[in-house]
Design a protein around this ligand. Structure first.
Ligand SMILES: Nc1ncnc2c1ncn2[C@@H]1O[C@H](COP(=O)(O)OP(=O)(O)O)[C@@H](O)[C@H]1O
Ligand SMILES: O=C(O)[C@@H](CO)OP(=O)(O)O
Ligand SMILES: [Mg+2]
Length: 418
């Protein structure tokens, strides 16, 4: 069904264009009237959307910015921004450059006074990109624990509970560093339910998680850690901060709305199924195949031609040694369940343009996908089992490749039944 996939592509392009943070940043800064504030302004931008958020901020505030820094993932900077220092670092595992860049951010925001504002631009990815180590914790410790957590099936709230308690800039501690300056934070949310203390591990937000919770998570997922790490986890994060002001300027809900808008324009009956999908990726794929078949056969719960939209972040228990991501895994599982059925297509992708440790944003599949992989001599069921969704979809020619998008509001799924 080439036309269905073409429509999905149009829905995706439209959505990605309309969820760039530029306008939302501009609007919020104007609404807050920061230009006229007499205090000195220092910009600190972290995350995968940091560059674009900083660029729009510069466009609005110009010379009002005294100094600033952008810390983003490799290949996510789009060039120089006058007056701001730009750093790129490792994600999702922090590296030496994370520490170097963060050290610089801390220097730029040291010894501040009540006459200063830190304009903190936060997007997902910030946890790996903004890190200063607690005494007794090494970079290798953080890298190892992050690796273990990422493949354990732990969700991002759980992962960040650990990250917050091991860090001296996360979980509200960065706000303490800049005190008594005011931190005004604009947040692009990539966490379900927009939990501000979880997005980028909430460097300037009171932490709702505790050391006890962190220790329970270590136990729940059997993460091997030393006594030094257990001790570090016992350092409690701040639960109250008096110098922070926080605003959410975008989330997966906006992405879902934009996708619905374009689908309607293309003539589809639309259904927003959820903005909080959070189950195992391949189960979500299988479940959605059942919804698609119901629509195809009975026009239930929505009449054909139908576009069903979902937002969220699934999880994967990575057990195999293949290559993939949660969106590709969902798409492959869906493709297997609708193999050879016509009139159904689905795309699941990360709005940041990267799904797992791959160069794909996700997968865009239909009833021909699994057969194409099979006809090339591969076994797509085994590949799914081995968490090798990237190669299964690559062989079928059904990866979605966008490159870094400039934004990051979690994952979007567009399913169409014609
Ligand atoms: N081979 C694989 N198959 C499926 N998922 C994987 C695989 N390898 C890693 N992942 C998942 O990819 C996630 C990280 O993906 P990424 O797109 O970078 O996340 P985010 O955009 O939230 O930073 C990990 O949590 C892990 O569960
Ligand atoms: O930085 C983080 O903690 C998470 C959530 O905000 O982002 P990402 O999943 O993109 O790494
Ligand atoms: Mg994420």
């Amino acid at each position: 069904m080439p036309q269905l996939k073409e429509h999905i592509n149009q829905i995706i392009s439209y959505t990605l264009h309309h969820i760039l943070p530029d306008n939302a940043v501009r609007q919020k800064l104007e609404e807050l009237n920061i230009q006229t504030d007499k205090r000195r302004i220092i910009v600190v931008a972290i995350g995968k959307a940091a560059w674009r958020m900083a660029k729009s901020t510069k466009e609005v505030l110009g010379e009002r910015i005294d100094k600033g820094i952008v810390i983003t993932k490799y290949q996510h900077s789009e060039g120089a921004i006058e007056g701001l220092e730009i750093f790129e670092a490792g994600h999702p595992i922090p590296d030496e450059n994370t520490l170097i860049a963060t050290k610089r951010a801390l220097e730029l925001t040291s010894n501040l006074s009540e006459n200063d504002i830190v304009l903190f631009l936060v997007s997902g990815g910030g946890s790996a990109l903004f890190e200063e180590l607690q005494e007794g914790v090494t970079l290798q410790d953080i890298q190892f624990i992050t690796q273990q957590l990422l493949k354990s099936g732990a969700n991002i709230v759980e992962i960040n509970t650990i990250r917050k308690h091991l860090s001296i800039v996360k979980g509200g501690r960065y706000a303490q560093h800049v005190y008594p300056a005011k931190v005004i934070t604009l947040v692009l949310s990539d966490v379900l339910g927009d939990r501000l203390d979880s997005i980028a591990s909430g460097p300037a937000y009171p932490d709702s998680t505790t050391s006890e919770m962190a220790l329970q998570i270590i136990e729940k997922y059997n993460i091997p850690v030393s006594n030094a790490i257990l001790n570090a986890l016992k350092n409690e994060t701040p639960k109250e901060l008096t110098n922070v002001e926080t605003y959410i300027i975008g989330s997966v809900k906006v992405a879902c709305e934009k996708a619905m808008e374009k689908a309607k324009e293309l003539g589809y009956n639309t259904l927003l199924l959820t903005t909080t999908l959070d189950c195992e990726a391949k189960e979500a794929g299988r479940f959605l195949s059942a919804v698609a078949k119901e629509i195809k056969q009975n026009d239930v719960p929505v009449k054909k031609p139908a576009a069903v939209i979902l937002g969220g972040e699934t999880i994967v228990h990575v057990k195999g040694n293949g290559k993939g991501g949660r969106n590709q895994e969902l798409a492959l599982s869906f493709a297997l369940a609708i193999e050879s059925i016509e009139g159904i297509a689905l795309c699941s992708f990360g709005t940041d343009g990267t799904d797992g440790p791959t160069d794909a944003a996700g997968g865009i599949v239909d009833g021909t996908t699994a057969s194409k992989t099979r006809n090339a001599g591969y076994n797509p069921e085994l590949m799914l089992e081995n968490n090798d969704s990237y190669n299964a979809l690559r062989i079928a020619g059904d990866l979605l490749i966008t490159g870094p998008t400039g934004t990051n509001v979690n994952d979007l799924i567009v399913m169409v039944v014609g």
